[in-house]
Design a protein. Structure first.
Length: 526
């Protein structure tokens, strides 16, 4: 207490301004809207968009439920041995555990869990805002923009690892910021190190660009302190090893292990980290292409999720004309984090419309800084930021309705949807302990997941595709062959070849479905 009996300003709880209260209401409404979308469409089959990737993630979780957790976990779509590990299956293990505990359908559990990871990131966002001293208005503006972005409203409720990777990445940021600001305590070093390690193991393409950004920021700040004559202790020099070195070392160790496991599998040997270099990074032509700058950066990210031309103008105005150097630096850092993943993992971002989840939030951060911190100083009227944010949220919802809403409302009748129809045939006519071999479906997990069967789904680029057709049992280990699925493909068996096998081998039941021919071992029909 002071002599006058008043509570010191430093001890007083900051009151919420009218702008902050208005932004809080907007944020709550946005969270409730995303909850509605998530729960309303939780039972949608995992094929509405990028079913290939969704079912690949779900397939691992399903076999966790059937056979238990394992380090060399199974994703039985590539034949025996069934393990072809990529990321550490943190999200998949949690989804399987939640489904086992609740008894709810795995697909719905996985969707809801994905959304929960987004919501669980909110405390980290507030912690980041406190570290950066940007104020509650800017934090709430960011949450409203980020969580209302069509990219996150739709993909944030799919059965994929993206939101889990974002959760761990955002959880690491407060500790990393403390480290950049000179706090080299074990809490900061190990907090950043543990969460960045989890983020890297969950999805390296999401976490690695941000690791590079915060690592560079620490190096710059450290250099400034050295040049300023600050005394540097041993802990100051070694703390970054835990924060930034640990994630790299653990990720390299996991990559080496997962590559060794993949090499035991005929298909997996073509999917090692070295084999996928172009698939992950692309080339210079792609980095200079209109496909990258127009389709990905402009249409998918800025136009649909960051306010389009108006949002870009506000960000540019704050970055160029803002009087606060700290604000300009934060906007610059956000823009670097926004564009870096696209420039590093170029091919992945061109091919996959969901990959932008790794960086779209940083565009929202730059816009929130411009609207929440810079614009009110220019307009100088009450509710400037809330009104502007409300307009951008409304624009996000317009884009969502014009893009993803139709996809959400799509109905997938089993007999009218190829992967579901084929899966239903396999589920009905093959025993659960058998496996099938499929051609003409790339190496998608859709049929394997929806049929609850192990599979060798043979892509056209598989080097031993002729052998897989002639002797499919060789690729199933000790698991019995229950069926062969032949859909039209460039290198797989023709429909005539499938018919010829049916007529000559005399051990098959033939079922035709959506242009595919399914050979079922007749001695295994229930």
């Amino acid at each position: 207490m002071t002599e006058s009996g008043n509570v010191p300003a430093t001890a007083a709880t900051p009151r919420w301004s009218i702008d902050e209260r208005a932004l809080l209401v907007t944020t709550v409404i946005v969270v409730l809207a995303t909850a509605y979308v998530t729960f309303r469409f939780a039972d949608q089959p995992l094929i509405e968009a990028h079913g290939f990737r969704q079912t690949q993630t779900a397939l691992t979780a399903y076999w966790f439920l059937r056979e238990g957790l394992a380090i060399a976990y199974e994703t039985p779509v590539g034949g025996a041995p069934w393990s072809i590990p990529f990321e550490v299956p943190i999200y998949q293990g949690l989804a399987a555990g939640a489904a086992a505990l609740t008894g709810a359908p795995l697909s719905a559990v996985g969707r809801i869990l994905s959304w929960l990871f987004l919501v669980a990131s909110i405390p980290s966002v507030f912690a980041i805002g406190r570290r950066l001293k940007v104020g509650r208005s800017t934090v709430l503006a960011f949450l409203s923009l980020w969580l209302s972005s069509p990219l996150y409203v739709f993909w944030g409720r799919t059965f994929m690892i993206e939101t889990a990777a974002l959760f761990f990445t955002l959880a690491a940021l407060p500790f990393a910021i403390d480290l950049i600001n000179g706090d080299t305590s074990p809490r900061s070093a190990w907090g950043a190190g543990v969460f960045l390690t989890l983020a890297m193991l969950q999805k390296v393409t999401t976490a690695a660009p941000l690791l590079l950004v915060v690592g560079s920021c620490w190096l710059f700040a450290f250099g400034q302190r050295v040049r300023g004559g600050s005394r540097i202790s041993l802990r100051d020099s070694t703390a970054p090893l835990a924060a930034f070195g640990l994630p790299l070392l653990v990720t390299l160790a996991w990559t080496g292990y997962s590559d060794a496991v993949k090499k035991l599998n005929a298909l997996g040997s073509q999917l090692t980290s070295g084999s996928l270099h172009f698939w992950q990074f692309g080339d210079l032509d792609q980095r200079l292409s209109s496909e990258l700058f127009v389709d990905v950066l402009w249409h998918r990210l800025i136009h649909e999720n960051a306010g389009g031309a108006l949002g870009l103008a506000l960000i540019s105005g704050a970055a160029v004309f803002g009087r606060d150097p700290a604000l300009r630096r934060l906007i610059l850092a956000s823009l670097i984090a926004f564009i870096l993943p696209v420039l590093v993992f170029t091919n992945l971002h061109i091919v996959h419309t969901y990959y932008q989840m790794a960086c779209g939030l940083y565009g929202a951060a730059a816009l929130a800084l411009a609207v929440g911190a810079w614009l009110p100083g220019i307009v100088r009227r009450p509710l400037t930021a809330p009104v502007a944010i409300l307009a951008f949220v409304a624009l996000n919802l317009v884009h969502f309705r014009g893009t993803y809403w139709t996809t959400l409302q799509t109905v997938f009748p089993i007999l009218e949807t190829r992967s579901l129809a084929v899966a239903e045939v396999l589920k009905r006519y093959t025993p659960a302990n058998t496996a099938f071999v499929a051609f003409g479906c790339d190496w998608s997990s859709e049929i394997a997941y929806h049929s609850n069967r192990k599979a060798f789904t043979v892509p056209d680029w598989f080097l031993r595709i002729d052998e897989a057709w002639k002797s499919p049992e060789r690729f199933l280990g000790s698991t019995k062959l229950g069926a062969i699925v032949g859909c039209p493909s460039l290198r797989g068996p023709s429909q005539d070849q499938i018919l010829d096998r049916f007529e000559t081998e005399r051990r098959w039941l033939l079922v035709s479905m959506h242009g595919c021919r399914i050979l079922i071992n007749d001695d295994r029909i229930r």
